[in-house]
Design a protein around this ligand. Structure first.
Ligand SMILES: NC(=O)c1ccc[n+]([C@@H]2O[C@H](COP(=O)([O-])OP(=O)(O)OC[C@H]3O[C@@H](n4cnc5c(N)ncnc54)[C@H](OP(=O)(O)O)[C@@H]3O)[C@@H](O)[C@H]2O)c1
Length: 268
């Protein structure tokens, strides 16, 4: 049966691909983003996830048209990079507003509609970076770790209402995320060129990453399930990383991440 689905951050990358894929399958898909899109079968609503009033207006409009909301995919997100000591508070707040408060707003607004219908699925797009915290992307990793903690609690709060929660942790996916990442412009000589080198590794991984269609197919299957898993990692090698993170001592896995992204060797 076709479902009424909301996808936040639907104007590019993962959100756009997922929206189109689900709409092609016959679902009623509503895409939320600040910029309007004109995709066939995807109804675009302009709203900013950081603006609670806009979210209420958007979701009420969808509910008035459809009479129900079956699936919410909290996907809107941004990235910033740079060393912790050089990051501006306003950039941290912007990031947490979109990546965390935006998910809270969207969830808070949708829950009464889902409770009313006695069913619903909420899929939160986190990242492998939530469990393997990346140097010079500390705030992005922290915002995604916050999504995981939020989702764990949410799942237990709303299960009695027939509402199911899943956290998706994708590995690198080729999207405009790389281009849209806000890089800290402050040049701190104490870090030499470690930040640029680290960000370059991330960017290369992302641009050689998976096609967002991989994620769209996974979500297409998940929404058909009676019960979704609480966590789903996307990408074979990332599944191994997440599994090792659980099995090995945290200090050890953090050292390995540091070897890939920290560039500690070779410094003066
Ligand atoms: N690409 C990867 O490798 C990767 C890996 C793991 C997780 N993720 C996560 O996947 C999600 C999607 O990222 P992506 O790779 O598809 O990046 P993207 O191409 O940059 O897309 C980000 C989307 O979020 C929307 N957005 C940003 N701020 C918003 C706001 N305040 N209100 C509403 N929408 C907003 C953007 O639309 P507007 O600018 O039009 O508002 C855009 O549609 C993010 O949560 C990201 O953290 C990505």
């Amino acid at each position: 049966m076709e479902k009424v689905i909301i996808v936040t951050g639907a104007s590019s990358g993962i959100g756009l691909t997922v929206s189109k894929y689900l709409a092609d399958q016959g679902h009623h898909v509503y895409g939320i983003s600040r910029s309007k899109t004109h995709e066939k079968n995807v109804r675009s609503i302009q709203a900013d996830v950081t603006n609670f009033d806009q979210m209420i207006e958007a979701y009420q409009e969808i509910y008035d048209i459809e009479g129900r909301i079956d699936v919410l995919i909290n996907n809107a997100g941004i990235g910033i990079s740079g060393s912790i000591e050089d990051t501006l508070t306003e950039d941290v707040l912007d990031l947490f507003h979109v990546n965390f408060v935006g998910v809270f707003h969207s969830t808070k607004v949708v829950l009464p509609f889902m409770r009313e219908g006695k069913h619903g699925k909420i899929i939160n797009i986190s990242s492998v970076a939530s469990v393997l915290s990346i140097p010079f992307q500390s705030f992005y990793s922290s915002s995604k770790a916050a999504i995981n903690a939020f989702s764990n609690a949410l799942a237990n709060e709303v299960e009695p209402f027939g509402i199911d929660v899943c956290v998706i942790m994708p590995g690198d996916i080729k999207t405009s995320f790389t281009k849209n990442r806000r890089k800290n412009e402050i040049i701190n000589p104490n870090y030499e060129n470690r930040i640029d080198k680290s960000v370059a590794v991330m960017e290369k991984d992302e641009q050689n990453g998976m096609d967002p269609e991989v994620l769209a197919k996974v979500i297409g299957k998940l929404i058909k399930k009676k019960k979704m898993p609480l966590y789903k990692t996307i990408g074979f090698k990332y599944k191994i990383f997440v599994c090792l993170e659980k099995l090995l001592p945290r200090g050890f896995t953090n050292q390995v991440v540091g070897k890939i992204y920290g560039f500690k060797k070779g410094k003066k």
